[in-house]
Design a protein around this ligand. Structure first.
Ligand code: ZN
Length: 327
């Protein structure tokens, strides 16, 4: 599972405390409540409920029931779509369930997806349980904005940080597809350049859509009385400003990648690589380069960043750049 590979350290910590019987009663899992935090929570639950000796096996009936969120000793609650709130009654239901005996004689777990959507009443209900947690009970609070949780709640939970709130959620959208793209850079071009340019464009388009949604939500929450035209202008300006920041990070990663290739070509010690895990892909790509061509590739990426600032259409920039990069 991705979430485990990516967050090996956090996972090892959980596994160790499980094996030594020293689990916390409640955890705040910071990450995307529909992405990495959810995956991590599912893996966590499988550790508790898996029937196999080698946990989690991902194959036994209990593991399957965790995947479908249908295990009888787990209760999932999440904000309702319209009000985006977790209501006190739902939390009360969850708390009540946690005080009853488990159906299967083992653990019981309550999972709050987007726990930051609890209102004050809900949070207070939960707080009481956190103060006197029932035995063999675990609460998992999934959130991408832990700062919106009551400090008294956070202080009673163990925190697992998978990504740094909203910025981290955004980064999830581009970092791994970009790395895939870089690892897959083919040795020679033609049609491939257009395809790579299209991939990069679609990665950035996805990021842009996510930023735009986030900005829209922020604007909707404000009390500024603005007409629609003005609102659209602000939305576009803020979205573009943040997109530029992400583009900057994307180009930095691309630059680092080509620096690594240059290191390879220059036979510098592999210990100095920025992407040591990608040793094989880098070595393979370095075979296609000489020192001057590796240097040129770096200049091409720097050129991409400069040209975007001059408002040249991005498709054209990416297309020309990949033509040069894959030679
Ligand atoms: Zn299992």
């Amino acid at each position: 599972m991705d979430a485990i590979d990516q967050y090996a350290e956090a996972w090892e910590g959980i596994r160790k405390s499980f094996e030594s019987g020293r689990m916390a009663h409640a955890y705040v899992i910071v990450g995307s409540p529909r992405g990495n935090a959810l995956q991590f929570a599912e893996a966590f639950l499988k550790l508790l409920f898996c029937e196999s000796a080698d946990k989690p096996c991902n194959a036994c009936p209990s593991c399957h029931r965790i995947d479908s969120h249908k295990h009888v000793d787990t209760l999932w609650i999440e904000p309702q779509s319209t009000a985006r709130q977790i209501k006190a009654d739902e939390v009360r239901g969850l708390v009540h369930r946690m005080t009853q005996t488990s159906f299967e004689g083992g653990w019981k777990a309550g999972i709050l997806v987007s726990a930051d959507c609890m209102n004050t009443n809900s949070a207070n209900v939960l707080l009481k349980t956190l103060e006197e947690p029932p035995k063999k009970t675990i609460l998992l609070l999934l959130t991408d904005s832990p700062q919106s949780l009551l400090p008294t709640i956070v202080s009673r939970c163990q925190k697992i940080v998978l990504s740094d709130g909203k910025a981290g959620v955004l980064e999830e959208l581009w970092r791994s597809p970009l790395m895939d793209l870089l690892r897959g850079l083919p040795p020679n071009g033609g049609l491939a350049a257009a395809r790579l340019a299209g991939t990069l464009k679609s990665i950035l388009d996805t990021v842009k859509a996510a930023i735009s949604d986030a900005v829209e939500e922020e604007l909707g929450g404000g009390d500024e009385a603005l007409d629609e035209t003005k609102l659209k202008e602000i939305l576009a300006a803020r979205t573009n400003a943040r997109l530029k920041e992400v583009q900057g990070e994307v180009f930095r990663v691309m630059l680092d990648w080509h620096r690594d290739i240059l290191m390879f070509v220059s036979k510098v010690d592999a210990a100095h690589l920025i992407f040591p895990k990608d040793l094989n892909a880098l070595a393979e790509q370095a075979k296609q380069h000489t020192q001057p061509s590796a240097l040129q590739a770096i200049q091409v990426v720097e050129g991409m960043a400069r040209r975007l600032d001059r408002n040249i259409p991005d498709t054209q920039i990416f297309d020309e750049a990949f033509r040069k990069l894959i030679r």
